[in-house]
Design a protein around this ligand. Sequence first.
Ligand code: ARJ
Length: 426
Amino acid sequence: MDEKQGQYKVRDLKLADAGRRQIEWAESRMPVLMKLRETYSKTKPLAGYKIAGCLHVTKETAVLIETLRAAGAEISWSGCNPLSTNDEVAAALAANGVQIYAWYGLNVEEFYWCIDRTLDFKPNLTLDDGADLIFTVHNKYPELAEDIIGGTEETTTGVHRLRAMADDGKLVYPVIAVNDAETKWDFDNVYGTGQSTLDGVIRATSVMLAGKNLVVAGYGHCGKGVAMRAKGMGANVIITEIKATAALKATLEGMQVMTMDEAAKVGDIFITATGIKDVLVGRHFDSMKDGAIICNTGHYDCEINIPELEDRMATKRTIRANCEEYTVSGNRRIYLLAQGRLVNLAAAEGHPSEVMDMSFANQFMSQVRLVMAHKGEEVLERNKVYDIPVTQDQEIASVKLATMGLNIDKLTEAQYTYSMDYAAGT
Ligand code: ARJ
């Protein structure tokens, strides 16, 4: 471990060169964010502001961090999951002067130690994925909130938690729900999760998906993305749901729908994507086939009840990286991937840069918005979760299309008038 007090704690600084090459690779696939970097490095709207971030330390996140810095911000950062830090990237960031506390495989105590260190410099803004940082401020260091002008939140699970907190009157500074931007959830959550989750399953197991009964728990944006891509690779996709409309949509997309009790008996591969705990529990493990593979792609590791799996195990051994074999009653083997933590970041590299480009453009714009509001451009109430403006979505999508060399049509004036005219009929 390499450590410098008040500056960084990472696995090994010697990995910095390898990390830098990965960051450059991501930069070349994140044109929207790089364009924002070019623009805002001239005006430096974030100068004088300190941002504490708690979000997976990946090559894409590094591009976000360095864009925030280019716009003038001072940064301190930790990962938001014990198994998602890319140690090479963390080293490159540390070598470049970013305050960073993150390494792959840290334990829960170390995880919170890292968050605490990012708060040592008394930030003015927070940037979360899963809301652990903002909760730490609220619960452990409430006095820090005085200097905090606002925060942003990356993911569905975090936004749910923060909206509940706002409803309870417990949120003490404004938060922008980056996840709820159309250019985030409708792309990152669907296509990003779809590709990266299967990437994680394949890297951890190398199994063929074609012909397998692949069970996806949850047909929200993430589950839908996973199901769609798995189907495209020839898997027999089974969906389990608690929401009637979502289940109905899955059926009409050609997926099978059944309860988890039924699916547990026939599934070869199980992927949870619900954001809810106890989706796979003891009775499911009791009825699974020999060789079943189970994993989770939701934010927290509570979707698979691992204690109930451990209760049943006779033996346990590691087969390969991120693949643990449990033998249970009847000499059946169940394979748990990435310790039930999000398989797409723990066993693979998270979503591809191309899609994180839009998510992080939204993150960047939202941090700038909080600062501009602080400078008097807009009034943001302290106990409120805000959506991103619709114009921001259209702007980001337009720039993304342009960087892909794609053009779209414009309404003519007559078409616009028609679109607004409620009287026109047959
Ligand atoms: C950083 C990533 C990556 C990646 O935006 C995604 C989200 O909502 C998460 C829930 O924790 C993970 C986050 N995500 C996915 N892929 N963050 N770099 N490459």
